[in-house]
Structures are given as structure tokens and as C-alpha cells.
Write a protein that binds this ligand. Structure first.
Ligand SMILES: [Zn+2]
Length: 272
């Protein structure tokens, strides 16, 4: 049997208690009131009820608090649904760090930096520290980034979202349509919500002012929320600033942002 406060006992008893004694008291919040000492039967001690208005307020506050908790839970669940495991492309859903084939010294370094980033993600996340994976097609950049995302979701229960730059730009552009189901702010919010954002295929298209603006809004917004981004591009480290602009590069380098250059030949088609 759990302990009940007098007000709960009264309501549990359905008002069946009997008033043994009444006294005039003053509530600090509600002023004068009549307090009743309720007899609750032989098995329970009699109890003063206290200020009725205080009890009503407390009950309303409790209901509000549990409703707010429920809403928070629902919001969290819907974010988890939207940015959960399903957002890592199926091809990369089972990619792990240990599954990455590292033979050369550069490949081993790439694995080491990405491994550290995944394992110490909590510390990196606290600093909003980004990771740039740049270089040739088919060198395993997306594999390693997906492995980081999988690690962050599995080990830390955090949300990771994988998107291509062009899908971000499309989603923001779509918000300008008259019959769009989302506003521009909501478009960015979707990419701001996850603890880790993996932004792939940056710089595939020719750079336009609009795309540079979207990239800045996205990466700067995450930077201000201290949320890390893993950015993947086939452009080299001298070419990327031209595409993204210096403001974005500054954000990516902030707080010791990490860079791995994948400058070896494609492994695609090689025996794995
Ligand atoms: Zn009161």
C-alpha cells in the first residue's frame, strides 16, 4: 500500500470521511480558510486536509507536468522516428569501423581518426567538433562516416542523420513552394535536430550563391547549437573553400575540427 497525502485519501474515500474537528487557519497564498480534521475510519489516523485551493492548484500542476512530459516524450519519439537508423542508407546500415579495410598508412590513419571520433563522440559533441572527410571517389569515406553514425546510435543511443547536400538544398527549396508542408525554418530544424549530421556529396554540383547560403545556414546553425557535422566531399581541401565559402570553412575548423584526406585510388571493384 502506497502512502497517500490527506487530499488523496479524501478523494480515494469518495468523501466518506467524517469531520472530527474544524479550525480557522490562514493560507499564505489564499488567505483564511476552514481546515477540517478528517476521520478516515479505524484503520487510518485522522488527518488535517489543509487549504483546498492549494490542493486544487497542486493537482492541476501535477496534471500539467505529466502532460508536458508526455508531449516531450512524443516530440522526442517523432524525432527519433525521423532521424533514426532508417536514415543511414541500407547499403551502409551495417557498416562498422572494424569492417573498414585499412592496408596503407594513410588508410590506417583515416581509420584511426574516424575511430577516435566515434569512440570519443561525447567529448567531440560537447565542443561541436566537426569532421571533414575529403578526397577521391571509392576510398571508403561514406563507409567510415556511416560506421561513425552507427556507433553513435548504438553505443550512445543518440540520433544520427545521413543526408546528401543536394537533398538538403531540395528540402529547403521546397519550403518556398506555396503548397509546401513545411516552412523554411522547419526545413532547417529537421537537420538541426540530430546529435550527429552526416552530410555527404558536398560539392558535387556547381556552386551557386543559394547553395552556399543553405550550407552556411545549416552548418552555422548546428555550430551554434554545438552539434557536430561529418562532412564528406570529393573536392580537395584547397578546392572545398571555393565551393563552400570561407564562413562555412571557419565553422568546420572551429574547436579543433578534424580533417582526413583520402588521396589514394578507388578501392571499388577491388577484392574486399
Ligand atoms: Zn492555499
Amino acid at each position: 500500500m502506497t502512502a497517500h497525502t490527506p487530499s488523496e485519501i479524501i478523494s480515494l474515500m469518495g468523501g466518506l470521511g467524517t469531520v472530527l474537528k474544524s479550525e480557522q487557519r490562514t493560507c499564505a497564498a489564499h488567505g483564511p480558510y476552514t481546515d477540517n480534521l478528517m476521520g478516515l475510519g479505524k484503520s487510518r489516523p485522522a488527518a488535517w486536509v489543509g487549504c483546498q485551493k492549494c490542493m486544487d492548484e497542486k493537482r492541476e500542476a501535477d496534471i500539467r507536468a505529466s502532460q508536458e512530459e508526455l508531449m516531450r516524450d512524443n516530440a522526442k519519439r517523432s524525432i527519433e522516428l525521423r532521424v533514426g537508423r532508417a536514415c543511414i542508407p541500407p547499403r551502409f546500415a551495417d557498416r562498422t569501423l572494424s569492417g573498414y579495410r585499412a592496408v596503407t598508412a594513410e588508410q590506417k590513419r583515416a581509420l584511426r581518426v574516424c575511430g577516435d571520433y566515434a569512440e570519443n563522440f561525447l567529448a567531440h559533441a560537447k565542443q561541436g567538433r566537426c569532421l571533414l572527410l575529403l578526397g577521391n571517389v571509392g576510398t571508403g569515406k561514406t563507409h567510415l562516416a556511416a560506421a561513425i553514425g552507427n556507433h553513435v546510435m548504438r553505443e550512445f543511443g543518440m540520433a544520427a542523420l545521413y543526408v546528401t547536400a543536394s537533398s538538403v538544398i531540395r528540402h529547403v527549396k521546397a519550403s518556398f513552394d506555396r503548397d509546401s508542408d513545411h516552412t523554411e525554418a522547419q526545413a532547417y530544424q529537421l537537420f538541426q535536430a540530430p546529435d550527429l549530421l552526416i552530410l555527404d556529396e558536398v560539392g558535387v554540383q556547381n556552386s551557386t550563391e543559394f547553395e552556399r547560403t543553405v550550407m552556411f545556414e545549416l552548418i552555422n546553425g548546428r555550430y551554434e547549437a554545438m552539434k557536430p557535422t561529418v562532412l564528406i566531399s570529393n573536392r580537395g581541401k584547397d578546392d572545398l573553400p571555393t565551393y563552400l565559402g570561407d564562413r562555412v570553412m571557419d565553422r568546420l575548423r572551429e574547436n579543433g575540427g578534424k580533417l582526413v584526406v583520402f588521396d589514394w585510388d578507388s578501392e571499388r571493384g577491388a577484392i574486399q
